[in-house]
Design a protein around this ligand. Structure first.
Ligand SMILES: [Fe+2]
Length: 262
């Protein structure tokens, strides 16, 4: 099976999953729609990033397919647990792989390509990409991780700018509430590190964590999108005006400027 055929097969599977399952309740339909649109945009962004790296057309098609499928586990997760919160259900990337296995979607791919799809989907939501993955597996994993983050930044910054609009996002874990920024979040972001999810306690922590994703982007094309969409500035504007917030912002800006100079 060529990567083009795999893309067609992936698209048919994706559409049919949503078309033939009719058990969504009222509250779930909008959440399904949000994840559907997210997956489609991540597919497109993955293709853009892959093309910017001068990968060949088959590889670009593979990147798009991975983008489309990366969150496919969200749908069985919603059916089975009625939540997108992995911590109270299951890892949605593991559920995605089970789903692909169930329908035999990777059959017909070479073992190397199947391992790329597997690795990229399984590690799209993990803190780090394990070094045991092959260079190719790591490459496609980085592409989908960048695309995923860029799309989440898009929908969340829209929401921060217009909080009264219906939110086109679903935060996948529960925020404990309360304002302010946790000390461990400030420390990580100020030292130019990605804020770990387990440090996040408040809504402002979420914003700082998202700002700190700049340190976990991999490709020039991703930085270009980040800069042209002004995601860092938009998040900064949604945060309280405090000295440590300004420091966090300044460190991120300097990091980004260096990415463009080098
Ligand atoms: Fe995901």
């Amino acid at each position: 099976m060529t990567h083009f055929d795999f893309e067609i097969k992936s698209r048919q599977f994706f559409d049919s999953f949503l078309m033939f399952y009719s058990g969504w309740n009222k509250g779930q339909i909008s959440r399904v729609e949000i994840k559907k649109r997210h997956s489609e945009r991540v597919a497109e962004l993955s293709g853009l990033i892959a093309a910017s790296l001068h990968l060949d057309r088959e590889e670009v098609a593979l990147a798009r397919s991975i983008g489309l499928l990366h969150d496919i586990g969200r749908f069985p997760q919603l059916i089975k647990y009625n939540t997108f919160d992995d911590s109270v259900s299951e890892d949605h990337s593991k559920m995605a792989l089970e789903e692909l296995e169930r329908v035999g979607l990777l059959q017909g791919l070479t073992p190397e390509t199947a391992a790329i799809v597997h690795g990229a989907i399984f590690h799209h939501n993990k803190e780090e990409i394990p070094s045991e993955l092959t260079a190719e597996e790591q490459l496609f994993c980085r592409i989908v991780r960048d695309a995923d983050k860029l799309d989440i930044l898009q929908s969340l910054t829209d929401y921060y700018a217009n909080p009264s609009d219906p939110a086109d996002h679903t935060l996948s874990w529960k925020i404990q509430g309360g304002r302010g920024i946790s000390e461990s979040v400030v420390t990580a972001a100020k030292s130019g590190k990605t804020v770990r999810k387990e440090y996040v306690r408040t809504g402002d922590d979420v914003k700082v964590m998202q700002l700190s994703w700049v340190y976990d982007l991999n490709f020039k094309a991703s930085f270009r999108i980040l800069a042209s969409e002004q995601y860092v500035d938009k998040i900064y504007r949604a945060l309280p005006k405090r000295d440590d917030v300004f420091d966090i912002y300044r460190v991120a800006r300097i990091y980004l400027e260096n990415k463009f100079l080098n």
